[in-house]
Write a protein that binds this ligand. Structure first.
Ligand SMILES: [Fe+2]
Length: 332
C-alpha cells in the first residue's frame, strides 16, 4: 500500500479538558480513489478502531466517497458485523439504501434529535456508527457529538447523588408507539415495524420476553415501559461512560402521543427530578462539539463512548448511516 497514506489533521481534545472534537483524517496521497481509501482502511483499521476507543469519534474528510455505494464499501472495509436496524427496537423511521446503509432519520427538518447513544434504551445496540454526508443542508443540521466519559466525570462532581442512584437502580423508559408510521415524529416507527409483527399476540410475547410492561390504548397504539436498563457502563478498557438515552428522552420524546418529561424514571419507577435532568443537559451541551458537515464526509463513532444528535436545518440535508457491532470489542 505504498501509494496510500493519510494524515491526522488535528487531534482532539486540544488540551481543553472538556472537548468532544473528533480526530480528523485526510488523504495526503494524490491517489484519491475509493479503492485507495479501502486499501488504507484494510491496513490501518486496528489503529483507527483503537483511536476510536480513546477519542470516541473520527472524521474522514476530503476522501472521494461520492455515493451511497461508496459509503457501503467503506463501512464494509472495517469488517464489522452489520446490525440491521430492522432487527432492533429503534423508534425512528428510516429508509434502507443497501442492506447496511439507511437514511439517518426521516423526521422533519425542524425536529431536533437530542444527544443519545444509539439504541441505549434497548438491549441490542451497536458498538460503532458510521455516518455519511450525501448532501449538506443549506443551513443548520450540525451533528453534535458528546464524550460520555467526560460527561460522567462532570456529573460525579456536580450531581453525585443522581449518579449514585442511576448506578444502583438503572433507568426505565416509557413511550407510546403508534399503530401507523408517523413521519412527523422522531419516534414515529409503528409498533408493527418495531416488533416485526402485525399481530398483537406475538407482539406481547416479544415484550414479555424483554421483561417490558405494556398496555394497548384505544387507538391501537402501544404504551411500553422497559425493564430497568443500566445507565452507566464500564467499557473493556476500564473507562466508565454515561451510556443511556436520558437526555434525548427527557428533551425530545415529545409528540402527539408522548410527553418527554414523563418518559424516564429510575429503575425502581421513582421519579428523576427535572432539576437534575436540566443540569445533565446543560453539562452535556458544554462538552458537545457541533460537526458542520461537508459533502462526502464520513464520521465514525464509538457508540459506547460518544453521544450524537441532530440540529434542525434548512434545505435538502441527506446524511446516511450504518450500525455495526465490532465482535472483537464485545458489548459488555
Ligand atoms: Fe441516533
Amino acid at each position: 500500500m505504498k501509494s496510500v497514506s493519510a494524515d491526522i489533521l488535528s487531534l482532539g481534545p486540544k488540551g481543553k479538558k472538556n472537548d468532544s472534537e473528533p480526530l480528523v483524517y485526510a488523504f495526503a496521497s494524490n491517489k484519491k480513489t475509493v479503492n485507495g481509501l479501502i486499501d488504507w482502511i484494510g491496513v490501518e483499521k486496528d489503529k483507527i478502531i483503537n483511536n476510536l476507543n480513546t477519542h470516541g469519534a473520527i472524521l474522514l474528510r476530503g476522501f472521494p466517497v461520492e455515493s451511497d455505494l461508496d459509503f457501503d464499501a467503506v463501512v464494509n472495509a472495517f469488517e464489522m458485523k452489520n446490525l440491521d436496524y430492522r432487527d432492533t427496537l429503534s423508534n425512528a423511521v428510516r429508509i434502507n439504501r443497501t442492506p447496511r446503509i439507511f437514511t439517518a432519520n426521516e423526521s422533519p427538518p425542524d425536529v431536533s434529535i437530542f444527544l443519545h447513544h444509539e439504541l441505549a434504551q434497548t438491549t441490542l445496540y451497536p458498538s460503532h456508527l458510521f455516518f455519511y454526508c450525501e448532501q449538506p443542508s443549506d443551513a443548520g443540521g450540525e451533528t453534535p457529538i458528546c464524550r460520555s466519559d467526560l460527561l460522567l466525570e462532570e456529573l460525579e462532581n456536580d450531581l453525585p447523588l443522581f449518579v449514585k442512584k442511576i448506578r444502583k437502580l438503572g433507568v426505565r423508559y416509557t413511550n407510546v408507539i403508534p399503530s401507523e408510521v408517523d413521519t412527523g415524529s422522531g419516534q414515529g416507527r409503528s409498533w408493527q415495524d418495531t416488533l416485526s409483527t402485525s399481530e398483537k399476540m406475538p407482539a406481547e410475547t416479544i415484550l414479555k420476553d424483554l421483561n417490558y410492561n405494556w398496555r394497548w390504548l384505544d387507538d391501537d397504539s402501544l404504551k411500553i415501559t422497559t425493564c430497568s436498563l443500566p445507565a452507566i457502563r464500564v467499557l473493556p478498557n476500564g473507562i466508565s461512560v454515561f451510556f443511556n438515552q436520558l437526555i434525548a428522552a427527557f428533551k425530545g420524546w415529545n409528540d402527539k402521543r408522548n410527553k418527554a418529561e414523563q418518559s424516564i424514571s429510575f429503575g425502581d419507577g421513582s421519579e428523576i427530578s427535572k432539576e437534575d435532568m436540566i443540569k445533565v443537559c446543560e453539562l452535556s451541551d458544554g462538552i458537545a462539539f457541533d460537526l458542520f458537515w461537508k459533502k462526502n464526509d464520513v464520521l465514525i463513532i464509538n457508540n459506547m463512548m460518544v453521544m450524537h444528535g441532530r440540529k434542525p436545518f434548512f434545505g435538502k440535508r441527506s446524511v446516511l448511516a450504518s450500525l455495526a457491532i465490532d465482535i472483537k470489542e464485545g458489548l459488555d
